[in-house]
Design a binder for this molecule. Sequence first.
Ligand code: TXA
Ligand code: MG
Length: 371
Amino acid sequence: MTKVWIMNPQTIEAADSGLQEAARWLREGKRVAFPTETVYGLGADARSAEAVAGIFAAKGRPSDNPLIVHIADRSQLGDLTDADRLDETSRRLMDAFWPGPLTLVLPAKPGAVAANVTAGLPTVAVRMPDHPVALRLIEAAGCPVAAPSANRSGRPSPTRASHVLADLDGLIDGIVDGGPTGVGVESTVVEVVDGVVHVLRPGGVSAEELRRVAGRVEARGELSAALARSGEGRPSSGQLAEEEAAPKSPGMKYAHYAPRGRLTVVSGDSPDRISAWIREQLRKASAEGERTGVLTFEEHCEQYGSEADVVVTAGSLKSPETVARNLYGALRSFDEQNVTVIYAEALEEEGIGLAVMNRLLKAAGHRIKLV
Ligand code: TXA
Ligand code: MG
C-alpha cells in the first residue's frame, strides 16, 4: 500500500523517473515521506488543506501543532512571507545556514498555505533542507511542502526509511528511501523578535553557531530546566524565570521521541558515581523481572556489560555529532529488543549536545536523576 522508491543521494538527478513520480504524487495531494539531512519528513502540498489533514491523520498528530514548510529555493520565500520586509537578522541566518538544519518562524502571508499547516497561527515556519533528494523532490513538486518528522506522534523521529515504515507502513502513500540521514536530530527552530534570536527548539544548528552570525541568541539550558521541574536540582530563580519567559514552539509541550520502556536520564559530575548508581538500578530492575537497557558512550560501555540486558552505545563523548546521528535509532533499538527499563547517561549541553539533551529529556518524560 505504501510505495517505496530507492534513491542514491550521491547520484540522484531531476529526471529520475521515481523522483518525478514521487513529485507528481505530492502535487496530486498524496503523502510522501522523504529524507532530509536531519530526519525523514512526511510531505504533502502545503497549499492543500486536504493533503495536510492526511499528514495529521497518519501521524496521529494533535491539530494545534503546526508544521514546517520546506522549500528548495529562496525564490519560494516570497510565496510564504513578505520577503521584502524580512528582518535583517533572519536574512543573515538564511544566508549563513540555508540550505541546512535551521527553521525560521516568519510572519505568514495570508492564504499562502492551508490554515491547518500553521494551526491557525499568523506565522509560518520555513526551512530549506540540505539534502539532494529533498531539494530535487521539492523542486520537481513545484509547491511548498509541509513536512513534520515521519513518525507516529510521540515516537522517536525516523532517521532511516525502515523507521518510517515501522510507524507508517500502509498509512501513507509513498516513501523515498535515500538511506540514513546525517544530522540525526531535527532542525533548530528560531524566531527573531526585535533583533533577538529565540531558539524555540534546539536542533542541528547549535546556539554557538547562531551566535557567530546573530549577536543576541536566547537558548535555554535543558538540563537545568529539567532539574528544576523535577525538584532534583536547586536552580537559581534566574533560570526559572528564563524558562517561564522563553517563547515555545507549540510542539514542545507534547510527549515526544519516547521509547516504550521507562527511560530515566542520569546526570552528575562523576562518571564513576553515575555508572555505579545505574548498575545498582539495573540490578534492582532485573530482580523485579524487568528487561533492562543502558544508553551510554564508547568511553563507558564496558561498565555495564554484565549488568544490563541491552547496552547501546550512541558514540564517543568526544563526538556529540555522532551521538546525535545515532540517538533516535538507539531509542528505537530498545523497543525492538523489548526493553522495559532504560537508563541513559547525560551529555554535555555544548553544540549539538543541547539538542540531544532536549530530545533525551523529552523521551524520558523529564525523568532525571542527579547523582
Ligand atoms: O528537521 C526538521 O525540522 C524535520 C524535517 C522533516 O524537516 N521536521 C520536523 O517537523 O521536525 P516537526 O513537525 O516534527 O516539528 C516542527 C516543530 C514543532 O515543534 C512545531 O511546533 C514548530 O516546529 N513550529 C511549526 N510551525 C511553527 C510556528 N508557526 N511557530 C512556532 N513553532 C512552529
Ligand atoms: Mg516531530
